[in-house]
Ligand binder design. Structure first.
Ligand code: NIG
Ligand code: FE
Length: 429
């Protein structure tokens, strides 16, 4: 067997392996731990994972590979962050002060701030400015161990500005080692020009924006020739009291499904209006937030193939005390993932390590459960479970080396970066 990259002697290697789909129920607790672990990759793909001595014996010429000695360290799959709004212009530092003084997120939004404030800044920014402001965040995410991330539009809210966001995501994906998964989210808020006319805005999204975005393709040039990628893999809606109601959400998502897009929903962040069960019914890839989800709706979600994505950085960022009832969902056999929700309003946090630490405290996940939720199950929330999210032969070699003696230090420690080396597609970043 040939390899061009070898990681050997890891005190602990967590594979997070789950060949039969996302980890549900008790399986979430198994991190696939290998002591004295090793991994070999070739041309960006994992070719073998196992104990160091056994793996070295499989190689024709171990000296041909770049070797990383992980003695005393922990090796994990790169984190997958399946819910971010990482592309924006400006900031909303003042809103933290407004909330400290007692205003709620929804009050700030209804007064024209919140998402609308970022929409104004993002519309005003050129494509280059938008990219320049976003790149440092992408670098920070990767330095903290994220190797694949979803990115939503939704700070444009008119066709040209939404397409500017999609163009920026495409250019960032090309320019940066991180893999980005684009989600179209024109239904993130009702723009000022449609204030009080939500249904008319939904008409615009369904009749004009979605068809235009579904038709938009980007050309990728490779040595073997050109191919085309879709501008958006998913469509997402902020299904929330006072934003888009259940019927409006259904209309948008059914239109998106018709056009061949995958579906996502912001469900039950502030009020339980039924987004979780709608996600399950429509076969959405994920339902996200799920802070207020009722028992009945949690049960329908758990019984479906839709991944439940919890975003504990958001209630934390808002200073709230309620979080996704993750233990209940796991008991019901649901598939739980974690994401950052990185955005300028509620959660400017690039670090999945910090999200894991929050999940260990407020979702009562063990570090093993939280790591699985932030890797393999997060990959499934993007329909990428076959390619990333675990250390298994055949998958992309997205690997982290952490300078810690025991994997439980992820979750236990927070506020500093424990990642020492990030490997993306077999290359040290
Ligand atoms: O997931 N809730 C809606 N969207 C984001 C927040 C975006 C913003 O405030 O800019 C979220 O929390
Ligand atoms: Fe969000």
């Amino acid at each position: 067997m040939d390899a061009d990259l070898l990681i050997i002697n890891a005190a602990q290697m967590l594979t997070c392996a789950s060949p039969d789909g996302p980890k549900r129920g008790a399986a979430l607790a198994d991190p696939g731990l290998i002591e004295d672990g090793a991994l070999a990759s070739l041309e960006g793909q994992i070719v073998a994972v196992g104990r160091t001595a056994e793996l070295l014996a499989l190689l024709d010429d171990p000296a041909a590979a770049h070797v990383i000695d992980a003695t005393g360290k922990v090796v994990l799959p790169g984190f997958v962050d399946p819910h971010t709004h990482l592309l924006w212009a400006g900031d909303r530092a003042g809103e933290l002060e407004q909330r400290i003084a007692g205003a709620t997120y929804m009050q700030i939004m209804q007064a024209g701030g919140g998402i609308m404030s970022t929409v104004r800044a993002t519309r005003a920014a050129s494509l280059d400015e938008l990219i320049a402001q976003t790149l440092p965040r992408l670098d920070t995410m990767m330095a903290h161990g994220t190797t694949t991330a979803e990115v939503k539009t939704g700070y444009g809210l008119d066709l040209d500005s939404e397409i500017k966001m999609l163009d920026a995501i495409r250019l960032l994906d090309e320019e940066h080692p991180m893999d980005l998964v684009p989600t179209f989210m024109a239904a993130h808020a009702v723009p000022a020009e449609y204030a009080g006319r939500t249904d008319a805005y939904v008409d615009l999204v369904v009749e004009e924006m979605l068809p235009a975005v579904a038709d938009l393709r980007y050309t990728v040039e490779t040595v073997e020739g050109e191919y085309y990628v879709r501008a958006a893999d998913f469509c997402d809606v902020f299904c929330e009291a006072g934003v888009f109601d259940l019927a409006q959400t259904r209309r948008i998502l059914e239109a998106a499904a018709e056009l061949g897009m995958g579906l996502k929903l912001h469900a039950d962040e502030f009020e339980p209006i039924g987004g979780a069960a709608l996600a399950a019914e429509l076969g959405a890839a994920s339902a996200d937030h799920l802070v207020r989800t009722t028992d009945e709706q949690l049960a329908s979600l758990a019984a479906s193939d839709t991944i439940a994505v919890s975003l504990p950085g958001t209630p934390f960022g808002l200073g709230h005390h309620d979080f996704t009832r993750a233990r209940r969902l796991i008991e019901l056999g649901g598939a739980l993932a974690l994401a950052s929700d990185l955005n300028p309003g509620t959660c400017w946090c690039e670090s999945m390590q910090f999200i894991v630490a929050l999940a260990c405290r407020y979702l009562k996940l063990t570090p093993a459960e939280a790591i699985n939720a932030a890797t393999i199950n997060a990959a499934h929330a993007l329909n990428l479970g076959r390619y990333v999210g675990s250390l298994e032969a055949g998958k992309q070699a997205d690997v982290l080396v952490l300078d810690i003696p025991d994997y439980r230090h992820v979750g236990y420690r927070f506020g500093t970066n424990l990642v020492e080396t990030v490997i993306k597609r077999g290359a040290v970043v």
